[in-house]
Design a protein around this ligand. Structure first.
Ligand code: UN1
Length: 477
């Protein structure tokens, strides 16, 4: 079966076929997916533009019901969707199912939010005049998502877009069309009117560019690389449209001498290596105080030796494969870069062979690194972490903040004073105490500072900032 695009309420053939390959087993084709071109993307945008006339006036309950039906089906099919996710992306089955549940919960949350779009009525400074402040949907929203969270990131962009009355043209990542298609199929059967939600699978150069450049698209929410994000922003800003970017991270995790060693090791190993390190929130720089340094490095080394790297779907696998050949090449090249820069590779960093041909790699830990090395400045996006030794808390904070990124940060400590101070001084959008830098709640704002993010926050009620426009109305009754 060829999985087609959803354009103007019709399942539509593309101009080419994309084979979705399982990174745990390159002989396994997950499915065949239609690839659209720029013209088809424009047809979808046109349909969304047309559908906006009525969807923007749908009652809160109509929108809420649609989202609620999507949530219910996603949650009921969590095991199957989680399996599809792990099969096409390579995170472990429990991680895949967890992500499917997260996606369902996000739709549930926004089913509620759709009913809570309020406003304010306040007295004017002029006698007898009334002022009302309301929120209205923007129009057509383009949604461009990455491969590393194939269902959660689409969910946290699509759900608020629809909840607040926008129409959507959604382009999932070319590497993982399966979850995007499955979600689109669920949305298509939720009672949503034709054209309100469109799925257009295809390349960035065709579909992505068409979305970014169309004057009918009022805003784009993009998660992906820094380079692409900046280009997307340049195009949108040039025509005065809204843009929300979530790009990279080089997230610091500080471990102080007074940390609970088990908690610190658990948080760092999870944050750095789970989901194969392919999270923009990954704890990639471990900044460790001298007194605990050797104990910590030994314990992390022991833990890594116990982790099973294997087929994402195999029971007992802790770390699945890297997503693609390109990504694996990038990860391995950073291992070389680190060695040449004088960092000491304590463990891992080599390609592994398993029963099936796949992109397996041993999680790599570098020690004796300094913050000016490329492995500490550039996002690697794989199972590679570094340790930077520091003498005290002040040096740790300075190094944690010395990065062009600012998505998440963490500290492991039993000192309330240091925890409070770090929460205040960290230059990241999200700060974690005694928790991994990755793995966030779905009902609170998500986003970063500096080179990591641009535009209003995603998720939680804060999502309305991007997906709505504020109107101030004055009346003299
Ligand atoms: C998480 O850490 O739970 O691409 C979510 C990413 C982020 C999502 C992280 N946008 O890794």
């Amino acid at each position: 079966m060829l999985h087609q695009n959803l354009i103007a309420g019709e399942w539509t053939e593309g101009v080419a076929v994309n084979r979705d390959i399982n990174p745990s087993n390159l002989d396994d084709v997950v499915g065949e997916y239609a690839r659209a071109d720029a013209r088809q993307a424009e047809t979808a945008i046109e349909a969304a533009h047309e559908a906006f006339k009525s969807w923007s006036r749908a009652t809160p309950e109509e929108r809420s019901d649609v989202l609620d039906r999507v949530a219910t089906e996603v949650l009921a099919r969590k095991d199957e969707l989680g399996r599809l996710l792990s099969r096409e992306e390579g995170k472990t089955l429990p991680e895949g199912i967890g992500e499917a549940v997260r996606a369902g919960r996000i739709f549930k949350f926004f089913a509620g939010e759709a009913l809570r779009i309020g406003g304010e009525k306040i007295p004017s400074v002029r006698a007898g005049v009334e002022v009302e402040i309301t929120r209205e949907p923007e129009g057509v929203i383009g949604i461009i998502t990455p491969w590393n969270f194939p269902i959660a990131i689409p969910a946290w962009k699509i759900a608020p877009a629809l909840a607040y009355g926008n129409c959507v043209v959604f382009k999932p990542a070319d590497l993982v069309p399966g979850c995007g298609w499955a979600l689109a199929d669920i949305i298509a059967r939720s009672g949503i009117p034709a054209g309100v939600f469109n799925l257009v699978m295809g390349s960035g150069s065709q579909v992505g560019n068409a979305i970014v450049r169309s004057p009918k698209v009022r805003g784009v929410s993009f998660t992906g690389s820094v380079d692409t994000g900046r280009k997307v922003a340049a195009d949108l800003v040039a025509r005065g449209a809204k843009v929300q970017l979530e790009m990279g991270g080089k997230n610091p995790m500080v471990v102080l001498d007074d940390a609970n060693l088990d908690i610190a090791v658990g948080a760092c190993v999870n944050g750095a290596f789970f989901s194969t390190g392919q999270r923009c929130t990954a704890s990639s720089r471990l900044i460790v105080q001298s007194g605990i340094h050797d104990k910590f490095v030994d314990a992390v080394g022991q833990k890594l030796a116990q982790l099973k790297v294997d087929d994402a779907l195999k029971p007992g696998t802790d770390i699945g494969p890297v997503v693609s050949q390109d990504q694996l090449d990038q990860d391995l090249s950073y291992v070389d870069i680190g060695r040449h820069e004088g960092a000491r590779l304590m463990t891992g960093g080599e390609r592994l062979n398993r029963e099936t041909p796949g992109y397996y790699m041993a999680p790599a830990l570098f020690v004796d690194t300094t913050n000016d090395m490329r492995i500490n400045r550039e996002e690697i996006f794989g199972p590679v972490a570094t340790v930077i030794r520091v003498k005290d808390y002040e040096e740790a904070v300075a190094i944690a903040n010395d990065t062009e990124f600012g998505l998440s940060s963490g500290i492991c400590t039993s000192s309330l004073k240091h925890a409070s101070d770090f929460k205040r001084r960290s230059s990241a959008g999200m700060v974690m105490v005694n928790l991994p830098t990755a793995g966030v709640d779905y009902h609170v704002p998500f986003g970063g500072r500096k080179g990591s993010s641009y535009g209003p926050r995603e998720q939680g009620a804060y999502a309305r900032e991007f997906y709505t426009s504020v109107k101030t109305a004055y009346t003299l009754p």
